[in-house]
Design a protein around this ligand. Sequence first.
Ligand SMILES: C[S@@+](CC[C@H](N)C(=O)[O-])C[C@H]1O[C@@H](n2cnc3c(N)ncnc32)[C@H](O)[C@@H]1O
Length: 210
Amino acid sequence: MLILSQGHSMANASANAIQEHLKHKVLYDKFGYDVDAERAIVIEKVEPIKGKILEVGSGKGYFAIALAQKGYKFTSIDISSQEQQIAKNNLADFGLSEAVNFQVADAIDMPFSDGIFDIVFCVNSFHHMENQFSVLREIIRACKPKATIVINDFNQEGLRLIDSLHKNEGREHKFFNVCWEAMVYFLHKKNFQTQFSETKHQKMLVASAK
Ligand SMILES: C[S@@+](CC[C@H](N)C(=O)[O-])C[C@H]1O[C@@H](n2cnc3c(N)ncnc32)[C@H](O)[C@@H]1O
């Protein structure tokens, strides 16, 4: 799915956001990674989405744009106020500010009461987190009893690609390994059932509370 190919999106996005988004998209495309398609797959996997939604790791807001463009309203947290400011600007440029309640917060200590979210998305963020199990425990705490947790992140091929992309820009991509098998084990112990899928560059774990 091309976010910018949708009439609604084009009408609402400012020239600046379109340019930035296209620049990002074209660069990733050149390296064989379709940003919009990968985000769309994550959403489609769990639609229809009902209830209170949380995104952990706003980043620059690409997943938030995809979710907001589908009409969902949700909360998105990030530990970095700078990254989140970019996300806020991007959402505003696309005319989607109303859809997202952005909050600066650490995923291991979220400012939410117990049991309030129906679904939590964590897209391409786990590999940035050192304490992945503390984060997962915190996400479960904030989830309703029948909630769904979606963890999507790069597989080895995806990490190689992101590494090349960063090198191309003279940067280094630092990451923590995502321990998928241990995460599945942990979730089963917490009474979740899990479904695992993979695309060329990403792995996705959908956990549903039994
Ligand atoms: C690659 S970005 C997320 C991309 C975004 N989800 C998307 O798909 O467009 C990863 C984000 O995770 C955030 N992050 C890392 N550790 C975090 C933590 N402990 N709590 C909250 N956010 C964190 C980083 O600041 C970064 O903005």
